[in-house]
Write a protein that binds this ligand. Structure first.
Ligand code: ZN
Ligand code: ZN
Length: 358
């Protein structure tokens, strides 16, 4: 944690600014080790302050390293603004994506000594490049979630609803040591699988359904994310096999293309061009992937517009999909860490077309 604070101070020095402040649970976890939901931190070149209320003081004293922990009462943004003033901070830098307009207004109302300045990269640029320890935690999170997938597929029976299957994932995550799901589990059957981020409903599983499962757990503060698509009992229709092979080939091409130094949009194109050439460009309407870490969606973004350069240590998903309204959708998603010469695939679940036994 102290190394992370040191790197943040270097960025602060480079860009200019007396202090950084944050009320973001994810950024505060990254910088201080605190896993609670309500806290504020201030980092200047000489100070590292951690503010929380009575509910979190004991937890903060055991988790937070390298910060002076202070218990405050009342409205936390106001106390934060007052603390910036008391420290004589002239320019206070914050990550705008991690602060609400209301919080900023309340901080500014109590911060008399200078302006607040947004900097979207101040923590995100540090967070997106993971340490070997962070990568191993994400690998363990993925292994836990994939173990749940393997067991639930073995028990899958016709009649189970999307909602019940999603609930079983989340129950098993916790039973096996995760703190929970890293996002609401997506379990979609049949034609509903064409909804890229559909919410599970009471739809029962039937023979000949497409089964699209997108799930992940949170373990020791880090997220996993994986998608697999199956057929249940028999092939869903003539569209299925060819479309599956196309998505799988596009996904494999992207995995092979991953290199540090390439732009995220180039990696997106490595999968997208094949899907476009097959006439399915308009059926692949989302980006190729995203960074994963303390949050399930974080930097870097992988899409047509992202010019972020890939760096060793980035953990990203590669998840092309084709969605045919009224018929069904196929998405295949793996979690990978960018290495010095390619990538290390953190997920292990097989991807060959599989017809689940009904
Ligand atoms: Zn996913
Ligand atoms: Zn994803």
């Amino acid at each position: 944690m102290t190394d992370r604070v040191t790197r943040l101070r270097e960025r602060l020095e480079e860009r200019g600014g007396d202090a950084f402040f944050s009320v973001s649970p994810a950024d505060n976890q990254y910088l201080s080790g605190f896993t609670g939901t309500t806290s504020a931190i201030i980092i200047s070149q000489t100070q590292a302050r951690f503010l929380c209320d009575f509910r979190y003081t004991e937890q903060a004293e055991s988790q937070v390293n390298g910060f002076e922990v202070e218990e405050v009462s009342g409205h936390l943004p106001t106390r934060l603004g007052e603390a910036l003033t008391a420290l004589g901070v002239k320019t206070a830098v914050y990550a705008p994506q991690a602060l609400t307009v209301a919080e900023l207004r309340d901080i500014e109302a109590a911060y008399a000594s200078g302006p607040c300045e947004p900097d979207a990269d101040i923590v995100a640029a540090l967070r997106q490049r993971k340490s070997p320890g962070e990568i191993e935690t994400i690998r363990r999170a993925s292994a836990l979630a994939e173990g749940v997938l393997a067991d639930l597929l073995d028990q899958l029976e016709a009649g189970i609803t999307e909602r019940e299957l999603a609930a079983r994932f989340e129950y098993e995550f916790k039973c096996r040591g995760a703190s929970g799901a890293s996002f609401e589990t997506i379990a979609l059957f049949g034609a509903r699988s064409s909804l890229p981020h559909g919410a599970p409903q009471d739809t029962p599983l039937r023979e000949g359904d497409t089964v699209l499962l997108d799930f992940g757990c949170r373990l020791d503060g880090y997220c996993s994310d994986l998608t697999r698509t199956y057929a249940f009992g028999t092939i869903p229709g003539i569209w299925f096999e060819g479309t599956y092979e196309l998505v799988l080939t596009a996904q494999s091409m992207a995995l092979e293309a991953v290199r540090p130094g390439m732009r995220a949009c180039e990696l997106d194109a490595a999968a997208r061009s094949l899907i476009e050439d097959a006439g399915h460009g308009k059926h692949f309407g989302h980006g190729l992937g995203h960074g994963v870490g303390i949050e399930v969606h974080e930097g870097p973004r992988l899409n047509r517009e992202s010019d972020t350069l890939l760096e060793p240590g980035m953990v990203i998903t590669i998840e092309p999909g084709i969605y045919l309204p009224g018929q069904g959708g196929i998405r295949i998603e793996d979690l990978v860490a960018v290495t010095e010469d390619g990538c290390d695939i953190l997920s292990c679940t097989a991807k060959e077309l599989r017809i689940l036994e009904g």
